[in-house]
Design a binder for this molecule. Structure first.
Ligand code: 5AD
Ligand code: SF4
Length: 437
């Protein structure tokens, strides 16, 4: 009988794409995808540890699968990725959940095939391998089973050297490594041949891409100039490295989307310095002015945190003020969460009521801004890449504008097509419209 896998993915786009690689490996091991966790023969947790809430949730969910082992004693449970990579966590996972069979870190995913075969053959009922090599070699030939529709994720670099004082990523993903530009270009060309219409370049800090003499701006331009009708997006950028050359390339290449994700984290210079972000509020605002001047319709999104250690009411007011000044089309907002081993975790922490009050205020402000900016689209005709059918409405589709806004619209078209949509109304973050050719 066919063996089935089920993957639980937590965290960022990097993890979403890594789960596609996990699926690719498992399919080569003879597994196919299960519709539900309950019917699976192999359950994978592809984990995240960026905040404590993520970790707690994952631990709870791992505990929940124990019940399936009763009906299916040969069920294999694997925990992989960022959470497992933290120092002491493989032991912690095995101790709390002895039924977990496989624990792998962030850099040794290809060992999953060997681990599964090992556990299946009962040679070794658990397989734990979490190497802590800081600069693991990039492995190029991992099979990928893509599940992201018209968009294909493509890694250009791995790891991070920035050591923002709150962030666990450099500890669990190691030092920066960039992929060979030829391998990236070849992968993208074959994805376009397969019919993908949007390529999203991924890296913890794409601006740090460096292969021989090629920098991020070089690879961005090289990819954008590949023939054919398709879109290019990228994430994430770091304001200290984002530069005029990148803005100029976005402006000059029509298929690079006018959509930039530029995490600001805080609007206070004092907090930015404590965060080790290495830019000031004024420098950030200068980048925004340059983007607005050169690419007026650019959608700018960001990540912001409230409640970083020692953040005062004045620091927080600076964040709100920056958010008002920029007018982000959307913001991912987070309550600061201390991560063991990072510099900020050793600082004096703010009470959780203060953090919560501030995040609520920030979220309300951003919602108002998003809603107001949505009104600007009404009456305009936008080019939209059709991503899917609307989940509920008949003869309705959804897709994204070049600037990254979600649009629901009525009409007849095909998934993967570029269409014109006339925007007729908006509901806070989403736009509504009609097919217009
Ligand atoms: N607490 C809260 N948010 C965090 N992020 C990273 N580390 C933490 C933390 N310790 C947020 C940052 C980053 C996004 C991916 O997650 O805003 O840009
Ligand atoms: Fe974390 Fe900073 Fe690196 Fe982003 S740039 S992954 S926030 S350390």
């Amino acid at each position: 009988m066919n063996k089935l896998y089920y993957i639980n993915t937590y965290g960022c786009q990097m993890n979403v794409h890594e789960s596609e690689k996990i699926a690719g490996i498992l399919r080569e091991c003879g597994y196919s995808e299960a519709a539900t966790e309950e019917e699976a023969d192999l359950i994978v947790f592809n984990t995240c540890c960026i905040r404590d809430t993520a970790e707690k949730k994952i631990f709870g969910n791992i505990g929940d699968v124990k019940k399936y082992k009763k009906n299916n004693p040969s069920l294999i449970v694997a925990v992989v990725g960022c959470m497992s990579q933290q120092s002491g966590y493989s032991e912690k996972i095995k101790k709390s959940y002895p039924f977990v069979n496989i624990v792998l870190g962030t850099s040794n995913l290809p060992e999953l095939a060997e681990a599964v075969k090992n556990v299946e053959s009962k040679l070794n009922k658990s397989f734990i391998s979490v190497p802590c090599n800081e600069r693991p070699q990039i492995k190029e030939d991992i099979p990928v089973y893509r599940t992201s529709g018209t968009n294909a994720w493509v890694n250009i670099m791995y790891g991070c050297d920035n050591f923002c004082s709150y962030c666990i990523v450099p500890y669990v993903r190691g030092r920066e490594r960039s992929r060979d530009i030829e391998n990236i270009t070849d992968e993208i060309k074959s994805l376009l041949d397969e019919g993908y219409k949007e390529i999203t370049l991924l890296g913890q800090n794409v601006d740090s891409y460096r292969f021989e003499n090629f920098r991020f701006v070089d690879i961005l331009e090289r990819i954008a100039r590949i023939e054919g009708k398709f879109r290019v997006r990228f994430m994430s950028s770091h304001p200290k490295d984002f530069n005029s050359e990148v803005i100029d390339v976005i402006r000059s290449c029509p298929n690079i989307c006018n959509n930039i994700h530029l995490p600001v984290q805080s609007g206070s210079d004092r907090i930015l310095s404590l965060m080790n972000r290495r830019y000031t509020r004024a420098q950030y605002l200068d980048i925004i002015s340059e983007i607005r001047e050169k690419i007026p319709d650019c959608g700018i999104t960001t990540d912001i945190m409230t409640g970083f250690p020692t953040e005062t009411e004045e620091d927080f007011a600076d964040t709100l003020d920056l958010v008002k000044k920029v007018g982000f089309s959307n913001a991912f907002t987070f309550v600061y969460s201390p991560r063991k081993g990072t510099v900020a975790a050793e600082m004096e922490q703010l009470p959780s009521e203060v953090k919560k009050r501030r995040i609520t205020e920030l979220v309300n402000l951003q919602n108002e801004i998003t809603k107001r900016l949505s009104l600007d689209y009404i009456g305009k005709t936008e080019e939209v890449l059709v991503e899917d059918r609307h989940p509920k409405l008949k003869n309705h589709y959804c897709g994204r504008t070049d600037s990254g806004r979600l649009v629901n619209f009525s009409g007849e078209c095909a998934i993967g097509e570029f269409v014109k949509v006339k925007v007729t109304s908006s509901k806070s973050a989403s736009l509504w419209g009609e097919y217009d050719g």
